[in-house]
Design a protein around this ligand. Structure first.
Ligand code: AMP
Length: 446
């Protein structure tokens, strides 16, 4: 199968040739003809599957071939994304695909001045990539009209709900013309996503592909148990011991990111951080420098790192486990891409045992524990397995105290390549309830 056989026009084929795309990925093979035929789409696919081209190519073709010229302050196609970085990334891809087409494209997001965005929108934009909050601001200030809108794309819809954008989405939805094409992309089809799809989509075609970048047998996954307060120390120890070159590190909170970056920089380690509190320009610069290997350690919260396409990353470290088990799959998907081997290490403390259990159940594997001498936790992390059980050690019958000390047995597991476990299928529903998002308002920018 080629892009030409999917029905794409010559200017797009030329762009793809320049980019070196030879064969459509599975999501592209399914989505492109359906979108060209005007169908609504509900697609389970995440970063790494080629989903951006899957919706952007046919969208650009429809914009180039059909419909009226865009008028002042109007937009003909809208791509909603959860984060600023993703807005930049998607727009950059769109810009490359549209290189040979006479279309105007643009991206708007918060954290930067709104005035230049208002100016730019004055003459109208064929395709706009936007985060929900800034889009509504622009709409309410009459900088945007939706009367010409023919297509809406919700990219990473699950993440948008997770970040508490459901109200913004409802408000945007109310402002859009009823007659339009809608494409929804989500890593998983949860009940909330199905509810959203029911409201927004019209007889959608369902597309499901497993992510190309979660190649279970190419990512070696293991955990080290440690007391919470000793995590920074353990991180530096492992870094030196393993002679880590380039690492993407995930921390739970903005404060956690800042504290670790400060600690690493204090030790003369080339580290930087990205999270929702930092100005957009700073975030982008840190990311660009990391991609260019000018920064060795990039510490990020999930919101800042979601969906980012970082090539050839050898190692991902979960300094904290993610609150939502599915984020573990996204995080480790940043390594072991395109057949390369990668490693994903999680530092786990006793407080995180339920999060660990949810991850093991979702990925259907028991993560190997690698004990680190001198970092044995005082607060033991109970044993877990892929059944979702947290195994509480039976209390030993009380014996009269004989000899002192000794400590607990170290949990030294052999490294197991995760390929020995069942393949990771993020679209599989966990049997037990894990902390997933709901549509209610939630704190934004963790
Ligand atoms: P995405 O899942 O849209 O974030 O895309 C992941 C990466 O795959 C990006 O770097 C794309 O440029 C690349 N890509 C997408 N489609 C193809 C294709 N058909 N052939 C080669 N690379 C692709």
């Amino acid at each position: 199968m080629t892009f030409a056989t999917l029905g794409l026009i010559e200017p797009l084929l030329r762009s793809l040739e320049t980019l070196g795309y030879q064969t459509p990925t599975p999501v592209q093979a399914q989505a492109i003809p359906a979108v060209l035929a005007g169908r609504d789409l509900m697609a389970a696919a995440q970063t790494g599957t080629g989903k951006t081209a899957g919706f952007a190519l046919p969208l650009l073709q429809l914009l180039a071939m059909e419909g009226p010229k865009v008028t002042a302050n109007s937009v003909r196609a809208l791509i909603l994304v959860p984060t600023r970085e993703l807005a930049e990334q998607v727009h950059e891809a769109v810009r490359q695909y549209a290189e040979n087409l006479p279309l105007r494209t643009y991206a708007v997001y918060g954290g930067v001045s709104i005035n230049p965005q208002m100016m730019k929108l004055r003459s109208g934009v064929d395709l706009l990539v936007a985060t929900p909050g800034r889009l509504l601001d622009l709409f309410r200030q009459n900088a945007l009209k939706f009367n010409q809108l023919q297509t809406l794309v919700l990219d990473e819809a699950d993440r948008m709900l997770d970040l508490g954008f459901s109200e913004e989405l409802a408000n945007i939805y109310r402002a859009l013309p009823k007659k339009r094409q809608t494409l929804l992309f989500s890593a998983t089809f949860s009940d909330d996503i199905r509810l959203l799809a029911g409201q927004m989509l019209n007889d959608p075609l369902t597309v499901e592909v497993s992510p190309r970048n979660v190649a279970a047998n190419t990512v070696k996954q293991w955990i080290v148990t440690v007391d919470k307060k000793r995590k920074p120390e353990l991180f530096v120890h492992l870094m030196r011991k393993g002679k880590w070159k380039q690492v993407l590190v995930f921390a739970k909170t903005r404060n956690g990111v800042d504290a670790l970056v400060e600690k690493l920089q204090g030790l003369g380690i080339n580290a930087d951080g990205i999270h929702g509190d930092k100005p957009q320009a700073t975030r982008q610069r840190a990311l660009d420098r990391f991609k260019a290997s000018e920064v060795q350690i990039l510490v990020a919260t999930d919101v800042a790192a979601r969906g980012l396409d970082i090539e050839d990353l050898p190692l991902v470290v979960n300094f904290d486990l993610p609150i939502v088990a599915e984020d573990y799959i996204h995080r480790i998907g940043r390594t072991g891409r395109a057949g390369a081997t990668g490693e994903a290490i999680s530092l786990v403390c006793a407080d995180e045992v339920n999060l660990l259990s949810a991850i093991e159940m979702l990925t259907r594997q028991t993560l190997t524990r690698q004990g680190e001498p001198d970092f044995e936790p005082e607060h033991r992390v109970p044993d877990t397995d892929a059944s979702g059980q947290v195994v509480k050690k039976p209390k030993k019958p009380k014996k009269p105290k004989a000899s002192g000390g000794g400590g607990g047995k170290r949990n030294l597991g052999k490294w197991v390549d995760s390929g020995e476990a069942a393949p990771v299928e993020p679209s599989i529903k966990p049997v037990r309830k894990v902390p997933v998002f709901n549509t209610g308002p939630r704190k934004r920018k963790p």
